[in-house]
Ligand binder design. Structure first.
Ligand SMILES: [Zn+2]
Ligand SMILES: [Zn+2]
Length: 142
């Protein structure tokens, strides 16, 4: 068992896995999240500032919930965060739809040469001729 300082409050706690945050702060996080979620459910068209004031949850925390894709807000809400790539206003997550699409394309372009030889190998392994031969040999042995 590992003992760590909580990143949030600095208290020592027994660290198991995940973020270095103590159980009390984790619970606080959950409570904050529920408060914001419930408030937005009742008042979907309020601003970030109003939600923060009403729930006593800091704007930074609310933005973090949005960034982590945990909080779902309605399309017509004025609450939003910026795409990390182009700065356009988005409702949740890290990137806007078009940046997400181009990032996915870039990732595919990078991984394609590496996956190509493996695909060839897979075809060889499932070659129907070889499978047949294998069965024939087995029959002879029996
Ligand atoms: Zn803590
Ligand atoms: Zn973007």
């Amino acid at each position: 068992m590992e003992v760590k300082n909580c990143k949030r409050c600095g208290k020592l706690f027994q660290y198991v896995t995940g973020k270095p945050i103590c159980p009390a702060c984790k619970q606080q996080d959950e409570d904050d999240f529920d408060k914001v979620k419930n408030y937005l459910y009742e008042y979907p068209r309020t601003s970030l500032m109003e939600v923060s004031e009403a729930t006593q949850v800091s704007i930074a925390s609310i933005r973090k919930f949005l960034r982590e894709d945990r909080l779902i807000i309605s399309e017509d809400s004025e609450i939003g965060i910026e795409c990390e790539n182009c700065g356009v206003t988005i409702k949740s997550g890290r990137y806007c739809r078009s940046c997400m699409a181009s990032l996915n394309n870039e990732m595919r372009a990078v991984t394609r040469p590496q996956t190509a030889p493996k695909e060839k190998q897979d075809i060889k392994q499932t070659d129907p001729k070889k499978t047949k031969m294998h069965y024939l040999n087995k029959d002879k042995l029996n």
